[in-house]
Design a protein around this ligand. Structure first.
Ligand code: IVH
Length: 481
């Protein structure tokens, strides 16, 4: 009964996380936490097969399509991948395939980075793009053709001879740099921030207005195919297929390689891991596939994933450091945000000194005190976040953080509007912090777009008392203040 109850709890939790991740593009837990729950459920189901049901999250992919879009039925299902978290898992994958296929010599594998975006499928008929869709639950996805047409790496017309019907599958991504710029623009407009590049890509692609998608810098990398009318026209190897897709106008996953034998897979994993932080896009692992597509077919599928492929995941980039202090930042609209000042520490190749703590509830949830040893992660490879504390390392002189009742910049009352988790400075334009933030917003790319008047110059002019709460701009004979 205990195990049955645990299985039910895990399923309910995973379903709720799936909804947040796939339908709302707003994850509620770190990927590593999700992977941990998923693995626990998988292990319980393997041990007690009577508890396994076809509707378990371990047997399905993704989530139901959202009502805002038309639906598309995938004639060839869009599956997920089995995960490996250790070298032993990879060796077991290789052994399993050898015994399944009765092979003793080394396999050739195709190895690619596991791009952390969202899966999409593109249907070409007579060389023209006719439909594009999300994965959805693997069988039914959302029709987002108009949006996908605006994405880089999605040719409207194939640039070489191809089967009459060809479905190309891949991942839509936003570069780390573009994600940070988008978040800056969102912040300047007072709109919601995205948690990581994956969510920014998903949120941008699943827009009802394709013009919004078009304004967001997205790229499609092709890693495979779905339905194809004449399979004989497709190269017989996975790596060859990626190259062939390249000749048709697609971008193959950057860093794709053909390698020989399982130890070369592990070398590939280590090498890709060592350059991970410097890549312009977020990856959360590497993907191995048998290179020979006939062998792939023989190996076949389990419920949600192919047997011939494996996602070898990286741990989230993490580091441990000391929380030296918490200061409060004042935003353009007066929102007070607590920010952790950390003992500088490298996380995945970048030195992290500050990390947002979002709001008072987040501080309470983490149970943080100043002086604590904290765990820092970069969410989706980019934004530093505190994910926990090391309780045993709490020093005797640690002190709790008390959220101020007044604005640290102007001393005005700070109030918490009913029903909100944030506190706001009530000073308006008498608050110097709000003044500066509003000036930055006014001059920014999305507003007056004043060249040379960036954050640093505005801060300097404000500090020197040369601009106060506004300035006049002459533009085409008109004056704006
Ligand atoms: S191969 C049966 N290669 O990861 C699917 N997938 O977690 C075979 N993904 O659904 C996919 N990068 O959306 C493949 N280089 C890559 C990938 C990749 C990211 C995604 C894909 C898949 C998901 C599974």
């Amino acid at each position: 009964a205990d195990i049955r109850a645990r299985v039910q709890t895990l399923r309910a939790e995973l379903l709720a996380h799936n909804r947040a991740y796939y339908e709302e593009d707003a994850p509620t837990v770190e990927d590593s936490v999700y992977d941990g729950l998923f693995l626990e459920l998988q292990q319980l189901e393997a041990r007690w097969p009577a508890l396994l049901t076809p509707d378990s999250p371990t047997q399905r992919v993704g989530s139901a399509p959202s009502a805002g879009f038309g639906t598309v039925t995938h004639r060839v299902p869009m599956r997920s991948l089995s995960n490996a978290f250790s070298e032993a898992d990879v060796l077991a994958f290789d052994r399993r395939l050898k015994s399944l296929l009765g092979v003793t010599e080394d396999f050739a594998f195709s190895a690619t980075p596991k791009l952390d975006g969202l899966a999409a499928t593109l249907r070409y008929e007579h060389g023209r793009l006719v439909q594009g869709a999300t994965r959805g639950d693997g069988v039914t996805g959302e029709n987002i053709t108009a949006n996908l047409r605006t994405v880089r790496g999605v040719p409207a017309q194939l640039s070489g001879p191809a089967p009459e019907v060809l479905e190309v599958r891949g991942e839509v991504l936003m570069l780390k740099e573009d994600f940070l710029a988008l978040n800056r623009a969102q912040e300047a407009r007072g709109e919601k921030l995205f948690a990581n590049p994956r969510n920014a890509a998903a949120g941008s692609l699943r827009q009802l207005d394709a013009r919004v998608t078009a304004s967001r810098p997205l790229t499609f990398y092709a890693y495979g195919i779905g339905e194809v009318s004449d399979p004989a026209q497709v190269p017989a190897s996975q790596h060859g297929m990626l190259e062939w897709l390249g000749t048709l106008g697609f971008l193959p996953p950057p860093g794709a390689e053909r390698v020989q034998g399982v130890s070369a897979l592990l070398d590939y994993y280590r090498h890709t891991g060592s350059v991970r932080a410097t890549l312009p896009y977020a990856i959360d692992g590497v993907v191995y596939q048998l290179d020979d597509r006939h062998l792939q077919e023989q190996a076949g599928f389990v419920a949600r994933a192919p047997r011939f492929a494996l996602a070898h995941k990286y741990a989230a980039e993490e580091a441990v450091t000391t929380l030296n202090d918490i200061f409060v930042q004042v935003g353009r609209t007066g929102v007070l945000t607590p920010v952790a000042r950390l003992e500088p520490v490298p996380v995945g190749g970048v030195v992290v000194e500050n990390a947002t703590l979002h709001n008072a509830e987040e501080i309470a949830r983490l149970g943080i005190k100043i002086g604590d040893t904290v765990i820092v992660q970069r969410a989706g490879d980019v934004i530093p976040q505190i994910t926990g504390i090391v309780p045993e390392k709490r020093p005797a002189d640690s002190r709790p953080f008390v959220f101020p009742d007044t604005c640290p910049a102007c001393g005005s009352h700070a109030v918490r509007p009913p029903g909100e988790v944030i506190k706001r400075c009530t000073g308006g334009l008498i608050c110097p912090a709000q003044q500066v933030e509003r000036l930055i917003h006014f001059a920014s790319r999305n507003a007056m777009d004043i060249e040379g008047l960036g954050i640093e110059n505005i801060e300097l002019l404000h500090r020197e008392g040369l601009v106060h709460d506004g300035f006049r701009v002459a533009l085409g004979g008109e004056t704006f203040r």
